[in-house]
Structure formats: C-alpha cells, structure tokens
Design a protein around this ligand. Structure first.
Ligand code: MV4
Length: 463
C-alpha cells in the first residue's frame, strides 16, 4: 500500500480524499494555488506545496508543477479527484513515466472513454444498447440529414470531445440541423480543440440514470447500484438520488449487468460511472462512461456503506477487490444536492466572497461534504461548489423530509447560495411524486432556469 499520496485537487473532494487516506494510515500531500492558502485541504494534509498563482492553467492544471510537488515530497501516487486533470489521459501517462501511480483507470481507457463517439462505437461492438444515432463521427451535412431522416426528429448533436452536456444542440427539423451542424463543429473546435460531432435520436421524456462500477486490475468488476441524475439545470446536475423511482428490480438487474458489460468491454479498473438514458418505454441506452470519481459518489456510499475513495486507492495499489457482487447491499434511500455560491437573482452567476456565518445541518442520516467554514473566502477562480448535502433515510419520503429540514438548517451568510432553489424543487409535487423527467426544470420551475428578462426571448432549440 502507498505510504504517501499527493492530492492534485482542491475544495471538498481534496478533503474527502485526505479523510480516506488518514483512515488508511497513508500520508497526504496537498497542492494549492496562492488563492487557496487558507483552504482546509492545506490545513488537514500532512504536507503542502504551493504550486502557483490562482489561474488553474498555472496551478491545478499544470502537470509539471504537480509532478514536481510529488517528487520533492516523495509521494508515490497522485489522486486527481474530479475535474482538472482527472480525465486527462496525457497526465495519467506522465505520472506513469515519472514512476508515480495515477489513481484512476489506465490512460488508454481514459482516452477512449473521453472520446464520446469512440465510446459509443466500442459499446455497439460489445452489444451494449446505445441511443439510436451515428455509429461514427459525422462527416457531412448530407450524411447527418439522411441519418436524421432515418431515426426521426428531434435529434441532438454532441461533441465527441465534450460530454456532460457541453456543446450539445437539439434539432427539431432538417433546417435546424443544417444550421446547427457547422455551428456545433465550430463550437467543439473552440471548446475542446476537436470539431468531431456525432448525432443521436433526442429522447424527449427520458430519465438520466447512471451506474457506479468498481473494477480491479485482476479483471473483477462489480456494480454498486444506480443514481438518478435527471434533475439538471443547463446540463449541471442539481439533485442525485438512489434508488431511482423509475427503476424496478427487473430493470435494476439489467442496468447493473449492462454497466458491468460496458466496463468489461473496455477493460475497466478503478471507480467509474456508466451513464444511461431510460426512455418512457423503459428501454435503456448507453450515453457515456466517466472515468473519474464523481461529485455525487457519496450517494452510492450512503446506499452501500462502501467507501469508494478507499476502494479506488486499494485498486490503484494493485489489490484485488474484497467485495463480490453478492456483498453489495443497497439500503434505504439517499438524496444529494449541491450547494453552490451562485446567485439565483442574477441568473445563477457565481457569487464568490467571504462567508460571514456558516452553520451546517446535522442529525441522524445527514452528511455534509464541505471545505467551507465561517470567514472562509470562496475564490472566484474555480467552480462555485460550497458543499454537498447528502441525506439518507429508510424510505424516499423520510429522506425528502430530512432533506427539507436540513435545507432549513443550512445557514450560509455573506454570499448568495442555491439553497432556496432546492427548497422549491423538494417542495414540488411532481418531484415528491418521483414522476419527473429531463424536462422537469423547464416544465415546472422555468423561472429557476432563466430570470424574467431572458424568458421573453423565444426558446431557440439547440441554443
Ligand atoms: C440526451 C438526452 C436525450 N436524448 N441525449 C447528456 C448530458 C447531460 N447533462 C444531459 N444529457 C442528455 N442527453 C439524448 N440522445 C437528455 C439528456 C439530459 C437532459 C437534457 C436536457 C435537459 C435536462 C437533461 C437532464 C438529464 C439528461
């Protein structure tokens, strides 16, 4: 097992990894930018190295600085967390070439799953059901038009190097497809340095269900249940819950087996997430595979009582999984919400600044993963996540009551937050009934997607 791990990240996920390491008796090295000198991950790590100015490109995204910090502190492994370099195959390769263990899947799997068009192709070859659409990247507008004609509108254009909703455009007819294809390619080139775009049938009233998988280097792969991530705002997940109210035991079995089949098809090890769309008829379609520990991993931890970060570290050290599929036992109901420093009155623009008072909720079944504290200054340079509130109850009704009570107890003053947005969602009868789909926010809480002045503009599909 490693004696010392460097955490190449910041905020709550850096703290989360430090916690796992400390419980495993592993020393920790924190890296931080000048903007994070007062951040808790610096304080709680055994050692810390300032790696540069606030700009991510000169700090948390700079492989050279991170590797140098690992060398001067004699760290044996690097945990990338999520975001930053977590799904950067080149960084994973650089770690390996510098005799550092990258805590994650192999670089080739990171690269392959990072190309969403290639991931689809590999799933088609493995008989994993994928959303009807292009089997290869689109090469011409004629090809796109004939394909869309075959599968029927609406269709959605997706950037192969994108993922998570970035650069997606919905087209409801041939005219929109003609207009949006060149724009989507140009946008993908600018955003990801890769203009490759593919096309899928747009499933209008779907659920977004993802399955947590865990594999070791000996070829063992298990699944750890599903997370329903359907409630999103502009492709940012707002709420994640498990189990999904749209999944019955038969479908759950199929979901888990299909997720393991997908992971096995690409030789997966470490923690990973297989994302599916579930259509109104109960059909499952592979959408993409994420090769990192995700923001919402605590949902699965509370359902299964398995520490996913510890398992990820054990696998990276070459250990075989102790867990067998029959040992995975999901209990109760868990819901997670992300508390962001964003201002709902300013179209959720980031609201960095000093937190003047901070009180987190507690009590049975309440977990708060946060790096924030009273007097802490949320910097403007990074994502606006302040805390994740995760609640667990025996039933969904109990969990939602706990969540509502916890949101009322959550005190953050000095900066704007999204706490009140969640009170609106959790109070909504359609959400409480569990009968929501991907259109939930747009259909029932449109004022929380865009403020009044923007709403007057006609919604342009594919915008
Ligand atoms: C889709 C889709 C329906 N059909 N793809 C992918 C990334 C994620 N952030 C949203 N994604 C979706 N991809 C096809 N072919 C529906 C979603 C989707 C969604 C879309 C719009 C508004 C909210 C959504 C919530 C979850 C999933």
């Amino acid at each position: 097992m490693f004696k010392k791990i460097l955490i190449a990240n910041r905020g709550e996920i850096a703290l989360r990894i430090i916690r796992a390491c400390r419980e495993m008796g592993i020393k920790t090295v924190a890296v931080y930018s000048e903007a994070d000198a007062e951040s808790l991950h610096v304080r709680f790590a055994d050692e810390d190295v300032c790696i540069g100015p606030p700009a991510p490109a000169k700090s948390y995204l700079d492989a050279k600085r991170i590797i140098a910090a690992a060398e001067v502190t004699n760290a044996e492994a690097i945990h990338p967390g999520y975001g930053f370099l977590a799904e950067n195959a080149e960084f994973a390769e650089i770690c390996t070439s510098c005799n550092l263990v990258f805590i994650g899947p192999s670089p080739s799997v990171i690269r392959d799953m990072g190309d969403k068009a290639l991931a689809r192709q590999k799933m088609i070859e493995a008989d994993v059901p994928v959303t009807p659409g292009s089997e290869n990247p689109l090469t011409s507008i004629d090809e796109a038009l004939s394909l869309a004609g075959e599968i029927g509108y609406p269709v959605i254009l997706k950037a192969a190097a994108g993922g998570g909703g970035r650069g997606m455009r919905v087209c409801t007819n041939a005219g929109e497809l003609k207009k949006n294809l060149p724009a989507a390619k140009a946008e993908a080139e600018v955003a990801f340095g890769n203009p490759t775009v593919y096309l899928e049938k747009y499933l209008t009233s779907a659920r977004h269900i993802e399955v947590q998988v865990l594999g070791d280097m000996q070829g063992n792969i298990i699944h750890l249940g599903e997370r329903d991530c359907t409630v999103q705002r502009r492709h940012q997940k707002l709420i994640e819950e498990s189990p999904s109210t749209a999944v019955n035991p038969v479908l759950r079995q199929a979901l888990g087996e299909t997720a393991v089949q997908a992971a096995r098809a690409v030789g997966y090890y470490s923690t990973g997430t297989v994302e599916f769309l579930l259509d109104g008829q109960g059909s499952l379609y592979f959408m993409e595979m994420n090769t990192r520990i995700q923001v919402e991993h605590p949902v699965t931890e509370e359902q299964t009582d398995i520490d996913l970060v510890k398992e990820q570290i054990r696998v990276a050290a070459g250990e075989e999984l102790e867990l067998r599929q029959e040992d995975v036992n999901c209990q109760g109901h868990t819901v997670e919400v992300r508390i962001n420093a964003e201002d709902p009155l300013r179209n959720f623009a980031p609201g960095p600044g000093r937190i003047t008072s901070f009180h987190v909720p507690g009590g049975h079944g309440i977990r708060v993963d946060t790096h924030a504290y009273a007097k802490y200054v949320i910097p403007p340079f990074y994502d606006s996540l302040i805390a994740k509130l995760i609640v667990h109850g025996k039933t969904r009704d109990q969990a939602l009551r706990k969540l509502r009570r916890a949101l009322d107890e959550f005190i953050v003053e000095g900066i704007p937050t999204t706490i009140d947005l969640y009170k609106r969602v959790v109070d909504h009868k359609v959400f409480i009934a569990g009968e929501y789909d991907t259109s939930f926010m747009e259909q029932y809480l449109p004022e929380l997607i865009a403020p009044e002045e923007v709403k007057s503009a006609p919604a342009v599909p594919g915008s």
